[in-house]
Design a protein around this ligand. Sequence first.
Ligand code: ADP
Ligand code: MG
Length: 361
Amino acid sequence: MEYIRLEDVWKTYRTKNVTATPLRGLNMNVDKGELVVVLGPSGEGKTTLLRIIAGLLRQDKGHVYLRGELVDDMPPKDRRVAMVFQSYAIYPFMNVYDNIAFPLRLAHRPKDEIDREVRRVAEMLRISDILQKKPSELSGGQKQRVAIAKALVKGADILLMDEPMANLDAQVRVFAREELKQLHRQLGTTIVYVTHDQVEALSLATKLAVLHDGVIQDFGDPMEVYRRPKNAWVASFVGNPPMNLFDGVVSGNYIVAKKGKLRVPVPEEYRKLVKEGQEVIFGFRPEDIRVGEGELSGTVSMVERVGAYTVIHLDMGDGQLLRVVYPSLSTVNRGDRVSFSVPAEAVSLYDPSTGNNLEQR
Ligand code: ADP
Ligand code: MG
């Protein structure tokens, strides 16, 4: 069931010196119970989008529907939407109980109702045993639960999360992500989570939405978006390292790069979609390249050891650089010659004029 619907949403900010139009006819549908991650670069309108859903900001044009109902004129307090902000906005001087009770006290609810509500969400989020603790005594995962409890205490069933893990350190973040996934499965709450972090997006999302140029560029199962990006921009953005993309021309069963010495086979599913001499953008993921075998070769121009793997750049001539994910234990140095091949099934093709994937899913 469609729970959140954004229809042709536009938003422009005008200040004395600058105008910015982060949202330009954005459409998005979120089904009940999904954890949709909106992934996009900083400054592209992610926070704006959440504020519009929450009703904290009014769109210039277009409509917002929640639970099937048009809510353009509905004030935030009636939308049953809660927002979880960066670093969770938990008050350090209040214990967990008071933190969760705070929104209800602000709303002047009776004391016994407040107590009942706090204990209900605490139970739901399995934090009943830490209600007397101070935030400084909590683990990262517990803080997240408290922030969500605080958000849900007023009866919201839509949760908006604005880069909540941005200030957590890397190790804590891994656990916080796992926790959030479990919580989501357990609570079934509809969540829209925005981030610019690739790993967060791919690991959390039940549906991934990619925001750029004010519209959702791609939407779907995260692995689908990863394997078959809808357009070349999405291909160039999703994944770390992202896809290799080059301008090429179809020549027989191959696509030959316009510059440098790269050529790759035309994948089966694209055979009928291209013709001899057609210009295309072709792409393939750095981890799909088979190194140490094949007729292609390049010169190593950069070695970046990430840990679990190594990213190398191969110079293919004419200034064309190829990103390759390389096994972390192998020795490789700048200046080495590396041979490789690109399997046909790894290749995707895009129309150079529209940027769209030639094969639309
Ligand atoms: P994100 O959350 O993706 O980083 P934002 O939604 O915060 O992006 O901002 C999108 C764009 O709108 C940015 O260019 C930002 O500078 C501009 N912007 C956001 N809020 C305001 C505001 N209150 N006044 C003017 N410009 C704003
Ligand atoms: Mg933001």
